[in-house]
Ligand binder design. Structure first.
Ligand SMILES: *Cc1c(COP(=O)(O)O)cnc(C)c1O
Length: 749
């Protein structure tokens, strides 16, 4: 495989017609002759503006020009020093050479010399000799780059001999037999198909048994993520959660679960036949989910929950088997794990943090103590419980979709038995894992290797904070009397850089978060998730006279090329993953300004959202401001903010355990009942409104008045505002004669 990693040369004279210029060009030619690309630059400044490409270099060759030294020696050294430090912050290994004329080596401070792979004395050796030396070091560096599995896979794909085994496409050949197959082959390319191999290739090791290069890579990732065990999972964190659960929970076990959890955790409850008791997070009236209060993580509170639940109360063993907590909610609220581990020692022996959105936290002190694998990486844990973390590598790091991992930290009293655990791993894994996904787990981990990982996280934080500062600047420029979008977060923002964790700790005595019952220091907000708030609703849940529902903003942005991941009533959020760029968030700020202008001028929908207008001509002639106002008015009439907050906080009765309700469905003992008649009935399905995508009703629970009120609102709203429908999974829409009715599958009683 031929990679394109150029040798980067920085020399003021690279293009000059003088001795020094011709010397460096001779060296460049000699390097090119050895089949390496050259990137010649004439100043260090050039490199700063192309930082992303700097990661494509295979080595740096930097000139210490004699002239520069004569005029401003210190300056030149300081400049080179700064430059090399910037490289080393991200990359400890890339070869760096300095070159110049003989006398200058002594003038370089020792601290700098230590960072170098060599000092080249120009004109003392032939360019060919120097080139071979440079290329040898560059090659050594490139050879060591790939982590174990990715390396083995590349080797296998390159070297592929004819094989008779699956997958049926035989390295892509099957696709070549038809025109559409040819198209597929050309689109994805030879390598992707040749690397799509099956698990009978011995030299790649086995994912399911954790052997060979796969095992080496998992070990490598465990070291990088500072945990005792790490398992790559190729079916997403949805599967990782089920693996963790099935390894720890059996029918009739009491389990403690964050009510704000991903549906895969509820699926796990159904599959294992567990008896759940739920910890309820606070919510503010924006619909933002806050923390579960600290006192909830105590034996007293958990016992109360168990005693209040007729099934848990009657369980043979009341001690909960597992606790699952969403560690980083949709909006970025995270917990102090050290405190939770201490409080739950002796109460629950297995803790599971769903860190789908938090794989970056262990790489920067900004998040210290606020992630599952916290604690001294090289010391046995002092906390008793066994701790699991499940992470979606693909959400915030550089992983292919479905790339996920399970991390484990052994407790001082409870340790993982890998063999037993792996039985559950096998139960939920395909026997034909996708090797590209394994490779991306491997590479994503290697990218986070020190010092690069810390630099990448710092960069995401910097972008996130710069974005917040930019939004505030627009607000300040617009002045007091004008409106602008607010970004949810603490009042004070450090003026530059990333500041520190303390800036983002959620404090009891502050108002911005709108949560009751928070305890200072127990939670922080992860600034890389930015929730933007549109005007119309305040944190107390009161509607203003006018307002801009977020659904319209997000449709507007979509037509302007910006896709929003989650939209609430008056909020939506964007994320600063390690793939974010200045360009992306800058265009967000620009588009929001555009929206504001269009709104202020009340321009008609057909002009500002032509695609939407074409699909829904009924809105075409309406002004943007008028449309916002009519939807706002309806939200207001129904007091939707309070209704949605209340429904999540309302008491629901568990009439049967989730697995029993599920069994009613497979026994065909369920019926489809209109929302007008479901109050008091037991749901057989998960009912999940989007937003926020958090399950509202779990199979086995009885519909109460508050929840029914919300579902009726959804029906009325959807009838009135086609194109802005609120989607509720579990709510079945049936249209008859132009009228849409909504139903839920409930248990026959
Ligand atoms: C996305 C998500 C999951 C599932 O992860 P996938 O990798 O998409 O399967 C689990 N938990 C939480 C909190 C999530 O947000």
């Amino acid at each position: 495989m031929k990679f394109k990693f150029p040798v980067v040369i920085i020399d003021e004279d690279f293009r000059s017609e003088n001795i020094s210029g011709s010397g460096i060009r001779d060296l460049a030619d000699a390097i090119s002759a050895l089949d390496f690309e050259i990137l010649g630059l004439t100043s260090f400044g050039d490199l700063r503006s192309f930082a992303p490409q700097a990661s494509r270099a295979c080595c740096f060759v930097l000139s210490i020009d004699d002239d520069e030294f004569a005029d401003g020696k210190q300056d030149a050294i300081a400049q080179i020093d700064e430059f090399i430090r910037a490289i080393r912050q991200r990359n400890a290994d890339i070869p760096i050479f300095l070159y110049g004329e003989t006398q200058t080596a002594q003038q370089i401070p020792l601290s700098l010399l230590r960072e170098l792979h060599g000092f080249i004395h120009m004109f003392e050796d032939t360019p060919e000799f120097v080139a071979r030396y440079i290329v040898r070091e560059a090659q050594k560096y490139l050879n060591a780059l790939a982590p174990p599995f990715f390396k083995a896979l590349m080797h296998y794909a390159e070297d592929s001999s004819y094989s008779w085994h699956c997958p049926g496409h035989s390295g892509g050949v099957a696709f070549l037999k038809s025109p559409v197959g040819q198209m597929f082959h050309q689109f994805f390319g030879e390598n992707m198909l040749r690397a799509d191999v099956c698990n009978s290739v011995d030299e790649l090791g086995q994912l399911l048994d954790h052997t060979g290069p796969v095992a080496e890579s998992e070990l490598n990732a465990a070291r990088i993520f500072s945990c005792d065990h790490l398992f790559f999972v190729t079916n997403g964190t949805s599967t990782s959660n089920k693996i963790v659960w099935h390894a720890n929970v059996s029918p009739g076990d009491v389990v403690v679960v964050d009510r704000n959890c991903h549906k895969s955790v509820l699926h796990s409850i159904i599959m294992t036949g567990a008896i759940p008791v739920f910890l309820r997070p606070s919510r503010n009236h924006y619909g933002i989910i806050g923390p579960i209060p600290r006192h909830a993580f105590t034996a007293e509170h958990i016992n109360q929950l168990i005693e209040a639940n007729p099934f848990a109360r009657a369980a043979k063993v009341k001690k909960p088997k597992i606790l699952t907590l969403t560690q980083s909610t949709y909006d970025g609220v995270i917990y102090n794990v050290e405190t939770i581990k201490q409080q739950l020692t002796g109460v629950i022996d297995t803790l599971h943090f769903d860190e789908a959105w938090l794989p970056h936290a262990s790489f920067h002190e900004f998040y210290q103590k606020m992630y599952a694998m916290e604690g001294d990486a090289n010391q046995p844990s002092v906390a008793a419980p066994l701790v699991f973390s499940t992470q979606s590598t693909h959400k915030l790091l550089a992983g292919l979709s479905q790339a996920s991992q399970i991390l484990v930290k052994d407790g001082s009293q409870h340790k993982l038995d890998r063999h037993r655990f792996n039985e559950s791993y096998l139960m939920h894994s395909s026997t034909s894992p996708q090797y590209s996904i394994i490779a991306s787990c491997d590479v994503a981990a290697a990218m986070m290797e020190a010092p690069g990982g810390r630099a990448l996280v710092a960069e995401s934080l910097t972008e996130a904070l710069d974005f917040r500062r930019a939004m505030r600047k627009v607000d300040a420029d617009l002045g007091e009397d004008d409106w602008w979008f607010q970004v949810w977060g603490p009042e004070t923002l450090c003026p530059s850089g990333i500041g520190e964790q303390a800036d983002w700790v959620i404090r009891q005595d502050e108002q911005w978060h709108g949560f009751e019952q928070v305890e200072t220091g127990f939670n922080m907000l992860d600034p890389i998730k930015a929730t933007l708030m549109t005007p119309g609703l305040n944190i107390q849940g009161d509607f203003a006279a006018t307002g801009i529902p977020a659904a319209i903003v997000s449709k507007y942005l979509a037509e302007h090329g910006i896709i929003i991941e989650k939209t609430g009533l008056y909020s939506f959020f964007i994320m600063f993953t390690i793939g974010i760029t200045k360009g992306r968030w800058n265009s967000m700020v620009t588009e929001l300004q555009q929206f504001k202008d269009d709104y202020d001028h009340n321009l008609p929908i057909y002009r500002v959202m032509p695609e939407f207008a074409a699909k829904h001509p009924e809105y075409a002639a309406i002004g943007l401001q008028d449309l916002c106002q009519s939807i706002h008015q309806m939200y207001r009439d129904y007091d939707v903010a309070r209704v949605t907050t209340d429904m999540y906080l309302s008491e629901v009765e568990m009439a049967m355990i989730p697995s029993q309700a599920w069994a009613k469905m497979t026994d065909k003992a369920v019926e489809r009942v209109s929302v007008d008649e479901i109050e008091g009935r037991i749901t057989a399905m998960l009912v999940t409104p989007y937003p926020p995508g958090i399950p509202l009703m779990v199979p086995g629970e009885r519909f109460n008045t508050t929840v029914v009120k919300y579902l009726k609102f959804v029906r009325d709203f959807n009838a009135r505002f086609a194109g802005f429908e609120t989607y509720v999974h579990g709510l079945i829409a049936e249209t008859d004669g132009g009228k849409t009715e909504y139903f839920v599958d409930v248990v026959m009683e």
